[in-house]
Design a protein around this ligand. Structure first.
Ligand SMILES: NC(=O)c1ccc[n+]([C@@H]2O[C@H](COP(=O)([O-])OP(=O)(O)OC[C@H]3O[C@@H](n4cnc5c(N)ncnc54)[C@H](O)[C@@H]3O)[C@@H](O)[C@H]2O)c1
Length: 457
C-alpha cells in the first residue's frame, strides 16, 4: 500500500525501512540516477527507473549495464537484473502512482547563452501534478539555484490553480548530489549528504531513509535554498581556484617557472588546497554551476565579479593551447596548415567517458580553422565518432603518421605512454596541457615540447 508520509511517525518509517516496503521511482537514470537507483535496489527496495531515453531504458531492461566507466555498480546491476529487482520505463504516468518516493535526478544544463535550463525538472514537475496524491515524497538530487525548489518547481507541481498542495498531497525535499564521475561508488560510501525539505518533519524522514541506504553522514540544512547554496559553493570554489592557478601558470611560463614544481611544494603547506591548471574546465557541473550562481546574482541584482573573471579565464585556456602549439611549430619550422595533429583525450576529465563541455571540442575546432588535419585518440571512445571525427583505435599505428600530439585529458593510459613513442612522430612535437610529462625526458628524446604552465626552471 502507498504510504502517506504526512501521518507516519519515526517508528513506522523504521518499520517500512526494515521490511523494505517502500517503492522507489528514480526519474532520470543517467550518470547519477542509475547508481542511486542501484543503491536502493541493493538495500532491498523495489525500484523503478523512469527516463525519456528509450535506448537507455531498453539497456536496463535487457540487462545491458550502460555506465561502463563507473566501477562497482556493474556487479550490483547484474545481480539486480538477474533477480528482476531493477526495471525501467519511459512511461512516468504508469510508474509514479505505484511509488512512495520519487527521486529526481534530471539534467540541469545551460543553453548556448550560458543561461541555466531547468526544462527537464519543470516538465516532470508539471507531469507530477496529475500523478501525485496521498503525501508522497519527491526528493530533488539535481543541482539547482537557491530558491528554485521553493518557487519554480513547487509551482510547477502544484499547478497554477494549486490543484494539489505541498504538505498535503506531496512533500518536496532536496538532497543535492555531490558524487564525482568515475568514483561514484566510493563517493556514495563516504561523502556526507545534505538534506532539507519544505517542511522540517519530511527533512528528518528523508535523512532516516538515506541513512538506511547510504550509511553516510546526513547534514540537515535549515531549508532547501541553503542546501542548494552549499552544493553550488563547493563546486564554484573549484572553478575559481582552477582559474586562479591557470592564470598564474601563464605568468610562470613567461618567468621560466614550472607550475607543477610550485604546486608540488605549495601543497605541503597545511592550508593550501591544490588545484591544477589546464586546457579548460568542462563537464556537467563546474562551468554550469558558476553560471547558475551568476544567474542567481543577476536576479538578486548583485555582481559576482570573481566568478565572472574565473569563467573568462577558464574559457580562454583553449586559446593558450593553440598559442603553445603554434609556438612549437615555429620552432620546428613546420607550417600548421595541412599538418597532422593528434588530440589525446576528448573527455572533460580523466578516466571517464564523457565529453560534456569538454575543452577538447574548442581546441579541435580552432585547429581545424587553421587548416590542420585533426585526429583523435581516446581509449574511452575507440572507433566512435566524436566532434565529427572518427576516434583512432590503435595509438601505436597512428603516432608515426602525426606531426604533433596534444594531451588534452590526463587519462591514466596516457601517463603510461613512453616519451620515446612520441619521438616517432614526423616532426616530433608534443604539447602537454595537463602536467603529466616530465619536460626533461622530452628534451632527452629530442621532442619539441611545450607544457602548459611549464616554464623552463
Ligand atoms: N554527472 C555529475 O558529475 C554530477 C555530479 C553531481 C550532481 N550532478 C547533477 O545531477 C543531475 C543529473 O546529472 P547526470 O550527470 O546524472 O545527468 P545525465 O544526463 O547523465 O542523466 C539525466 C537523465 O535524465 C533523463 N531525462 C532528461 N529529461 C527527462 C525527462 N523529462 N523525463 C525523464 N528523464 C529525463 C536523460 O535522458 C538522462 O538519462 C544534474 O542536475 C547534475 O548537475 C551531476
Amino acid at each position: 500500500m502507498i504510504k502517506n508520509f504526512s501521518s507516519l511517525g519515526d517508528s513506522q518509517i523504521q518499520e517500512c525501512l526494515n521490511n523494505k516496503s517502500l517503492k522507489i521511482g528514480v526519474v532520470g537514470i543517467g550518470r547519477i540516477g542509475l547508481p542511486t537507483a542501484l543503491c536502493f535496489v541493493d538495500s532491498g527496495f523495489e525500484t523503478i527507473g523512469i527516463d525519456i531515453n528509450k535506448k537507455l531504458v531498453d539497456m536496463v531492461n535487457f540487462g545491458n549495464y550502460p555506465l561502463k566507466d563507473e566501477p562497482g555498480f556493474d556487479k550490483i546491476f547484474e545481480n539486480a537484473y538477474n533477480n528482476k529487482k531493477i526495471t525501467a520505463t519511459t512511461d512516468i504516468s504508469e510508474a509514479i502512482p505505484n511509488c512512495d518516493i520519487m527521486i529526481l535526478s534530471l539534467p540541469t544544463p545551460m543553453n548556448d547563452q550560458n543561461i541555466p535550463d531547468y526544462t527537464a525538472l519543470l516538465t516532470v514537475g508539471k507531469n507530477l501534478n496529475r500523478l501525485l496524491s496521498n503525501g508522497k515524497i519527491i526528493i530533488v538530487e539535481s543541482t539547482v539555484e537557491p530558491g528554485f525548489i521553493e518557487n519554480e518547481l513547487l509551482q510547477s507541481i502544484e499547478g497554477q490553480d494549486r490543484s494539489i498542495k505541498s504538505g498535503i498531497d506531496f512533500h518536496l525535499a532536496v538532497c543535492p548530489e555531490n558524487a564525482n564521475p568515475g568514483e561514484i561508488m566510493n563517493n556514495f560510501k563516504k561523502l556526507p549528504r545534505l538534506v532539507s525539505a519544505i517542511d522540517e518533519r519530511i527533512s528528518s524522514i528523508v535523512s532516516q531513509i538515506y541513512a538506511h541506504v547510504f550509511n553516510v553522514e546526513l547534514i540537515s540544512m535549515p531549508n532547501c535554498k541553503t542546501a542548494n547554496a552549499v552544493k553550488l559553493t563547493t563546486n564554484v570554489f573549484r572553478d575559481i581556484n582552477i582559474a586562479f592557478i591557470s592564470e598564474l601558470s601563464l605568468m610562470f611560463e613567461k618567468l621560466g617557472i614550472d607550475t607543477m614544481k610550485v604546486l608540488d611544494a605549495a601543497k605541503k603547506k597545511y592550508n593550501f588546497q591544490v588545484h591544477y591548471p589546464g586546457a579548460g574546465v568542462g563537464g556537467p557541473c563546474l562551468p554550469i554551476n558558476s553560471y547558475q550562481l551568476l544567474n542567481s546574482a543577476k536576479r538578486a541584482g548583485v555582481k559576482l565579479s570573481m566568478i565572472e573573471s574565473g569563467r573568462k579565464i577558464n574559457e580562454k585556456m583553449p586559446d593558450h593551447v593553440l598559442e603553445l602549439t603554434s609556438d612549437a611549430f615555429k620552432e620546428s619550422s613546420k607550417s600548421l596548415q595541412n599538418s597532422d595533429i593528434l588530440i589525446l583525450g576528448v573527455s572533460y576529465k580523466p578516466n571517464v567517458k564523457d565529453t560534456q563541455l569538454s575543452p577538447a571540442e574548442k581546441i579541435i575546432k580552432k585547429l581545424q580553422n587553421l587548416g590542420t588535419n585533426v585526429h583523435v585518440y581516446d581509449p574511452y571512445f575507440s572507433s566512435e565518432n566524436v566532434f565529427g571525427i572518427k576516434v583512432e583505435d590503435n595509438l601505436d599505428d597512428i603516432i608515426p603518421k602525426m606531426d604533433a600530439a596534444i594531451i588534452v585529458t590526463a587519462h591514466d593510459d596516457f601517463k603510461k605512454i613512453k616519451i620515446s613513442s612520441f619521438a616517432k612522430m614526423k616532426s616530433p612535437i608534443l604539447i602537454d596541457t595537463r602536467g603529466i610529462i616530465d619536460p626533461s625526458s622530452a628534451k632527452i628524446e629530442k621532442v619539441i615540447f611545450r607544457g602548459l604552465g611549464r616554464g623552463n626552471s
